[in-house]
Design a protein around this ligand. Structure first.
Ligand code: BDR
Ligand code: CA
Length: 319
Protein backbone atom coordinates (compact mmCIF):
# COMPACT_ATOMS: atom_id res chain seq x y z
CA UNK A 1 0.00 0.00 0.00
CA UNK A 2 1.32 3.45 -0.91
CA UNK A 3 1.58 5.55 2.22
CA UNK A 4 0.71 9.22 2.24
CA UNK A 5 3.59 11.29 3.59
CA UNK A 6 3.33 14.59 5.50
CA UNK A 7 4.18 16.27 2.20
CA UNK A 8 1.43 14.53 0.23
CA UNK A 9 -1.11 16.82 -1.36
CA UNK A 10 -4.61 16.11 -0.01
CA UNK A 11 -7.08 15.44 -2.82
CA UNK A 12 -10.68 14.44 -3.39
CA UNK A 13 -11.23 12.56 -6.65
CA UNK A 14 -14.64 13.32 -8.15
CA UNK A 15 -15.32 10.79 -10.86
CA UNK A 16 -17.65 8.77 -13.12
CA UNK A 17 -15.58 5.62 -13.84
CA UNK A 18 -15.05 4.97 -16.85
CA UNK A 19 -11.88 3.10 -17.82
CA UNK A 20 -9.79 6.29 -18.06
CA UNK A 21 -11.08 7.51 -14.69
CA UNK A 22 -10.13 4.08 -13.34
CA UNK A 23 -6.51 4.43 -14.49
CA UNK A 24 -6.45 7.92 -12.94
CA UNK A 25 -7.61 6.46 -9.61
CA UNK A 26 -4.94 3.73 -9.80
CA UNK A 27 -2.27 6.33 -10.50
CA UNK A 28 -3.37 8.37 -7.47
CA UNK A 29 -3.47 5.34 -5.17
CA UNK A 30 0.02 4.39 -6.33
CA UNK A 31 1.58 7.81 -5.79
CA UNK A 32 2.92 9.12 -2.47
CA UNK A 33 2.70 12.70 -3.75
CA UNK A 34 -1.08 12.60 -3.25
CA UNK A 35 -3.23 11.59 -0.31
CA UNK A 36 -6.68 10.51 -1.48
CA UNK A 37 -9.04 11.71 1.27
CA UNK A 38 -12.01 10.22 -0.54
CA UNK A 39 -13.59 9.45 -3.89
CA UNK A 40 -16.94 10.99 -4.75
CA UNK A 41 -18.83 9.34 -7.59
CA UNK A 42 -21.08 11.28 -9.93
CA UNK A 43 -23.45 10.30 -12.72
CA UNK A 44 -21.77 10.65 -16.11
CA UNK A 45 -20.34 7.93 -18.30
CA UNK A 46 -22.96 5.62 -16.78
CA UNK A 47 -25.65 6.18 -14.12
CA UNK A 48 -24.62 6.81 -10.52
CA UNK A 49 -25.26 3.29 -9.22
CA UNK A 50 -22.65 2.00 -11.66
CA UNK A 51 -20.07 4.76 -11.14
CA UNK A 52 -20.24 4.12 -7.36
CA UNK A 53 -19.78 0.41 -7.94
CA UNK A 54 -16.97 0.95 -10.43
CA UNK A 55 -15.06 3.30 -8.12
CA UNK A 56 -15.06 0.55 -5.48
CA UNK A 57 -14.00 -2.11 -8.00
CA UNK A 58 -11.03 0.05 -8.94
CA UNK A 59 -9.99 0.58 -5.32
CA UNK A 60 -10.12 -3.17 -4.80
CA UNK A 61 -7.97 -3.77 -7.90
CA UNK A 62 -5.42 -1.52 -6.17
CA UNK A 63 -5.78 -3.51 -2.94
CA UNK A 64 -7.26 -0.41 -1.27
CA UNK A 65 -10.59 -1.43 0.21
CA UNK A 66 -9.93 1.19 2.91
CA UNK A 67 -10.51 4.17 0.60
CA UNK A 68 -13.66 6.18 1.40
CA UNK A 69 -16.08 6.09 -1.54
CA UNK A 70 -19.20 8.26 -1.56
CA UNK A 71 -22.22 8.45 -3.86
CA UNK A 72 -22.84 11.98 -5.12
CA UNK A 73 -25.39 13.50 -7.49
CA UNK A 74 -27.41 11.20 -9.73
CA UNK A 75 -28.29 13.81 -12.33
CA UNK A 76 -27.06 17.12 -13.72
CA UNK A 77 -28.25 20.41 -12.22
CA UNK A 78 -30.69 21.42 -14.97
CA UNK A 79 -31.11 18.77 -17.64
CA UNK A 80 -31.52 15.03 -18.01
CA UNK A 81 -28.43 12.82 -17.71
CA UNK A 82 -26.56 11.93 -20.90
CA UNK A 83 -24.38 8.82 -20.64
CA UNK A 84 -21.59 7.32 -22.76
CA UNK A 85 -22.09 3.56 -22.88
CA UNK A 86 -21.11 3.77 -26.56
CA UNK A 87 -17.57 4.55 -25.38
CA UNK A 88 -17.26 2.76 -22.03
CA UNK A 89 -19.62 -0.22 -22.46
CA UNK A 90 -22.75 -1.16 -20.55
CA UNK A 91 -21.04 -1.35 -17.15
CA UNK A 92 -18.94 1.77 -17.76
CA UNK A 93 -15.90 -0.40 -17.06
CA UNK A 94 -16.14 -3.03 -19.79
CA UNK A 95 -13.02 -4.89 -20.95
CA UNK A 96 -12.37 -7.33 -18.14
CA UNK A 97 -14.66 -9.13 -15.71
CA UNK A 98 -14.13 -7.94 -12.12
CA UNK A 99 -15.79 -9.30 -8.97
CA UNK A 100 -18.61 -7.39 -7.28
CA UNK A 101 -16.95 -5.01 -4.81
CA UNK A 102 -16.99 -5.92 -1.12
CA UNK A 103 -15.89 -2.58 0.32
CA UNK A 104 -18.65 -0.30 1.59
CA UNK A 105 -20.16 2.85 0.15
CA UNK A 106 -20.06 5.54 2.83
CA UNK A 107 -23.43 6.70 4.22
CA UNK A 108 -22.70 10.39 3.74
CA UNK A 109 -23.68 12.02 0.43
CA UNK A 110 -20.65 12.87 -1.73
CA UNK A 111 -21.52 16.57 -1.76
CA UNK A 112 -21.63 16.62 2.05
CA UNK A 113 -18.26 14.89 2.15
CA UNK A 114 -16.78 17.59 -0.10
CA UNK A 115 -18.29 20.36 2.06
CA UNK A 116 -17.37 18.80 5.41
CA UNK A 117 -13.81 18.02 4.29
CA UNK A 118 -13.20 21.54 3.03
CA UNK A 119 -14.52 22.92 6.33
CA UNK A 120 -12.57 20.58 8.57
CA UNK A 121 -9.17 20.58 6.83
CA UNK A 122 -7.03 23.74 7.10
CA UNK A 123 -8.09 26.26 4.46
CA UNK A 124 -6.13 25.99 1.21
CA UNK A 125 -4.94 22.43 1.74
CA UNK A 126 -7.44 20.34 -0.23
CA UNK A 127 -7.34 20.00 -4.03
CA UNK A 128 -10.42 18.82 -5.93
CA UNK A 129 -9.82 16.52 -8.89
CA UNK A 130 -12.93 16.24 -11.08
CA UNK A 131 -12.80 13.66 -13.87
CA UNK A 132 -16.47 13.71 -14.80
CA UNK A 133 -19.36 16.19 -15.01
CA UNK A 134 -18.96 18.96 -12.43
CA UNK A 135 -22.32 18.39 -10.71
CA UNK A 136 -20.98 17.40 -7.27
CA UNK A 137 -18.51 20.29 -7.09
CA UNK A 138 -21.00 22.93 -8.27
CA UNK A 139 -23.67 21.62 -5.90
CA UNK A 140 -21.21 21.87 -2.99
CA UNK A 141 -20.36 25.46 -3.97
CA UNK A 142 -24.04 26.42 -4.28
CA UNK A 143 -25.00 24.78 -1.00
CA UNK A 144 -22.00 25.99 1.02
CA UNK A 145 -20.43 29.07 -0.59
CA UNK A 146 -18.08 29.41 2.40
CA UNK A 147 -16.08 26.40 1.17
CA UNK A 148 -15.17 28.00 -2.16
CA UNK A 149 -12.31 30.09 -0.75
CA UNK A 150 -11.03 27.08 1.19
CA UNK A 151 -10.22 25.05 -1.97
CA UNK A 152 -6.49 24.91 -2.73
CA UNK A 153 -7.02 24.27 -6.45
CA UNK A 154 -9.28 22.42 -8.86
CA UNK A 155 -7.47 20.29 -11.44
CA UNK A 156 -10.04 18.91 -13.84
CA UNK A 157 -10.43 17.06 -17.12
CA UNK A 158 -12.90 18.78 -19.41
CA UNK A 159 -13.42 21.07 -22.36
CA UNK A 160 -11.43 21.72 -25.50
CA UNK A 161 -10.16 24.53 -27.67
CA UNK A 162 -8.53 23.47 -30.94
CA UNK A 163 -10.07 19.99 -30.60
CA UNK A 164 -13.50 21.61 -30.10
CA UNK A 165 -15.72 18.67 -29.09
CA UNK A 166 -16.10 14.90 -28.79
CA UNK A 167 -19.74 14.37 -27.79
CA UNK A 168 -21.05 17.17 -30.05
CA UNK A 169 -19.16 19.14 -32.69
CA UNK A 170 -18.75 21.91 -30.11
CA UNK A 171 -18.55 20.27 -26.69
CA UNK A 172 -16.47 17.84 -24.69
CA UNK A 173 -18.44 15.18 -22.74
CA UNK A 174 -17.81 16.22 -19.10
CA UNK A 175 -18.78 19.83 -19.72
CA UNK A 176 -21.64 18.95 -22.06
CA UNK A 177 -23.36 16.69 -19.53
CA UNK A 178 -23.68 19.51 -17.00
CA UNK A 179 -22.81 22.94 -18.45
CA UNK A 180 -24.68 24.73 -15.65
CA UNK A 181 -22.38 23.05 -13.13
CA UNK A 182 -19.31 23.87 -15.22
CA UNK A 183 -20.45 27.50 -15.43
CA UNK A 184 -20.60 27.70 -11.61
CA UNK A 185 -17.15 26.16 -11.24
CA UNK A 186 -15.48 28.29 -13.93
CA UNK A 187 -16.97 31.43 -12.37
CA UNK A 188 -16.13 30.42 -8.79
CA UNK A 189 -12.80 32.22 -8.57
CA UNK A 190 -11.03 29.04 -7.40
CA UNK A 191 -7.59 28.42 -8.90
CA UNK A 192 -8.41 26.22 -11.91
CA UNK A 193 -6.16 23.96 -13.96
CA UNK A 194 -7.85 22.34 -16.95
CA UNK A 195 -6.88 19.28 -18.99
CA UNK A 196 -8.88 19.71 -22.20
CA UNK A 197 -9.07 17.38 -25.20
CA UNK A 198 -6.15 19.34 -26.67
CA UNK A 199 -3.94 17.66 -24.07
CA UNK A 200 -5.66 14.32 -23.65
CA UNK A 201 -5.75 13.64 -27.39
CA UNK A 202 -1.95 13.61 -27.19
CA UNK A 203 -2.00 10.93 -24.47
CA UNK A 204 -2.66 8.09 -26.89
CA UNK A 205 -2.59 4.49 -25.65
CA UNK A 206 -0.59 2.70 -28.35
CA UNK A 207 0.15 -1.03 -28.20
CA UNK A 208 3.79 -0.14 -27.53
CA UNK A 209 2.85 1.91 -24.49
CA UNK A 210 0.91 -1.03 -23.10
CA UNK A 211 3.90 -3.40 -23.21
CA UNK A 212 5.14 -2.65 -19.65
CA UNK A 213 1.69 -3.55 -18.28
CA UNK A 214 2.10 -7.12 -19.56
CA UNK A 215 4.57 -7.81 -16.75
CA UNK A 216 2.41 -6.42 -13.96
CA UNK A 217 0.31 -9.45 -13.02
CA UNK A 218 -3.37 -8.86 -12.25
CA UNK A 219 -3.31 -5.06 -12.18
CA UNK A 220 -1.52 -4.97 -15.55
CA UNK A 221 -4.03 -7.39 -17.10
CA UNK A 222 -6.89 -5.25 -15.82
CA UNK A 223 -5.43 -2.06 -17.29
CA UNK A 224 -4.78 -3.77 -20.64
CA UNK A 225 -8.35 -5.16 -20.67
CA UNK A 226 -9.81 -1.71 -20.01
CA UNK A 227 -7.59 0.00 -22.56
CA UNK A 228 -8.23 -2.55 -25.30
CA UNK A 229 -11.96 -2.00 -24.89
CA UNK A 230 -11.95 1.77 -24.42
CA UNK A 231 -9.59 2.70 -27.24
CA UNK A 232 -11.58 0.88 -29.94
CA UNK A 233 -14.10 3.68 -30.06
CA UNK A 234 -11.57 6.49 -30.54
CA UNK A 235 -9.33 4.61 -32.95
CA UNK A 236 -12.35 4.05 -35.16
CA UNK A 237 -13.56 7.61 -34.78
CA UNK A 238 -10.28 9.51 -35.21
CA UNK A 239 -8.23 6.98 -37.13
CA UNK A 240 -5.50 7.51 -34.52
CA UNK A 241 -2.84 5.05 -33.34
CA UNK A 242 -4.56 4.62 -29.98
CA UNK A 243 -7.34 5.95 -27.76
CA UNK A 244 -6.81 9.05 -25.60
CA UNK A 245 -6.27 8.43 -21.90
CA UNK A 246 -8.05 11.54 -20.64
CA UNK A 247 -8.52 11.50 -16.89
CA UNK A 248 -5.14 10.29 -15.58
CA UNK A 249 -3.67 13.58 -16.84
CA UNK A 250 -5.30 15.24 -13.82
CA UNK A 251 -3.32 13.14 -11.35
CA UNK A 252 -0.15 13.19 -13.47
CA UNK A 253 -0.26 16.99 -13.31
CA UNK A 254 -0.23 16.88 -9.51
CA UNK A 255 2.78 14.59 -9.55
CA UNK A 256 4.82 16.09 -12.40
CA UNK A 257 3.39 19.45 -13.48
CA UNK A 258 6.41 20.13 -15.71
CA UNK A 259 5.15 17.54 -18.20
CA UNK A 260 2.39 20.00 -19.15
CA UNK A 261 2.29 23.41 -20.75
CA UNK A 262 -0.55 25.79 -21.39
CA UNK A 263 -1.86 29.32 -21.02
CA UNK A 264 -3.63 31.21 -18.24
CA UNK A 265 -6.70 32.45 -20.09
CA UNK A 266 -10.38 33.21 -19.79
CA UNK A 267 -12.65 30.21 -20.28
CA UNK A 268 -16.43 30.71 -20.37
CA UNK A 269 -19.09 28.01 -20.64
CA UNK A 270 -21.91 28.14 -23.17
CA UNK A 271 -25.17 27.18 -21.46
CA UNK A 272 -27.80 28.70 -23.76
CA UNK A 273 -27.30 27.78 -27.39
CA UNK A 274 -28.80 24.47 -28.50
CA UNK A 275 -26.06 24.22 -31.11
CA UNK A 276 -23.01 24.83 -28.93
CA UNK A 277 -24.25 23.95 -25.43
CA UNK A 278 -21.35 22.89 -23.20
CA UNK A 279 -18.70 24.56 -25.34
CA UNK A 280 -15.67 25.87 -23.45
CA UNK A 281 -15.19 29.28 -25.05
CA UNK A 282 -11.46 29.58 -24.45
CA UNK A 283 -9.80 32.91 -25.18
CA UNK A 284 -6.49 31.27 -26.18
CA UNK A 285 -5.36 34.28 -28.22
CA UNK A 286 -6.44 36.91 -25.69
CA UNK A 287 -8.88 38.63 -28.04
CA UNK A 288 -11.29 39.68 -25.28
CA UNK A 289 -10.78 41.69 -22.12
CA UNK A 290 -12.38 38.96 -20.01
CA UNK A 291 -10.16 38.23 -17.02
CA UNK A 292 -8.21 34.95 -17.07
CA UNK A 293 -9.76 32.32 -14.81
CA UNK A 294 -8.10 29.05 -15.82
CA UNK A 295 -4.74 27.53 -16.61
CA UNK A 296 -5.77 25.80 -19.83
CA UNK A 297 -3.28 23.15 -20.85
CA UNK A 298 -2.34 22.67 -24.48
CA UNK A 299 0.48 20.16 -24.54
CA UNK A 300 2.07 17.31 -22.60
CA UNK A 301 5.15 15.10 -22.81
CA UNK A 302 3.25 11.91 -23.70
CA UNK A 303 6.22 9.56 -23.31
CA UNK A 304 6.97 10.90 -19.83
CA UNK A 305 3.27 10.57 -18.97
CA UNK A 306 3.16 6.89 -19.97
CA UNK A 307 6.48 6.21 -18.23
CA UNK A 308 5.00 7.65 -15.02
CA UNK A 309 1.84 5.57 -15.38
CA UNK A 310 3.65 2.29 -15.85
CA UNK A 311 6.24 3.00 -13.17
CA UNK A 312 3.58 3.80 -10.57
CA UNK A 313 0.94 1.23 -11.47
CA UNK A 314 3.64 -1.48 -11.33
CA UNK A 315 3.89 -0.75 -7.59
CA UNK A 316 0.27 -1.85 -7.12
CA UNK A 317 1.08 -5.34 -8.31
CA UNK A 318 -0.52 -7.84 -5.94
CA UNK A 319 -0.26 -11.14 -7.83
C1 BDR B 1 -14.18 12.53 -20.66
O1 BDR B 1 -15.46 11.92 -20.90
C2 BDR B 1 -15.50 10.64 -20.34
O2 BDR B 1 -16.10 9.75 -21.23
C3 BDR B 1 -14.09 10.28 -19.96
O3 BDR B 1 -14.08 9.47 -18.80
C4 BDR B 1 -13.43 11.61 -19.74
O4 BDR B 1 -13.61 12.04 -18.41
C5 BDR B 1 -13.51 12.77 -22.01
O5 BDR B 1 -14.28 13.62 -22.79
CA1 CA C 1 -14.42 10.57 -16.66
Amino acid sequence: MTQATPLSRKIIIDTDPGQDDAVGILLALASPEVDVLGITAVAGNVPLALTVKNARKVCEVAGRGDVLVFAGCDKPIAKALITAEHVHGKSGLDGIELPEPEMPVQDKHGVDFIIDTLRSEPSGTVTLCPMGPLTNIATAFERAPDVIERVQEIVLMGGAYFEVGNITPAAEFNIYVDPEAADIVFKSGVKLTVMPLDVTHKALVTQERLIPFKDMGHVGAVVIGWMDFFERFDIEKYGSAGGPLHDPTVIAYLIKPDMFSGRFINVAIETQSELTRGMTVADWWGVTDRAPNAMFMGDLDADAFFALLSERIATLQTT
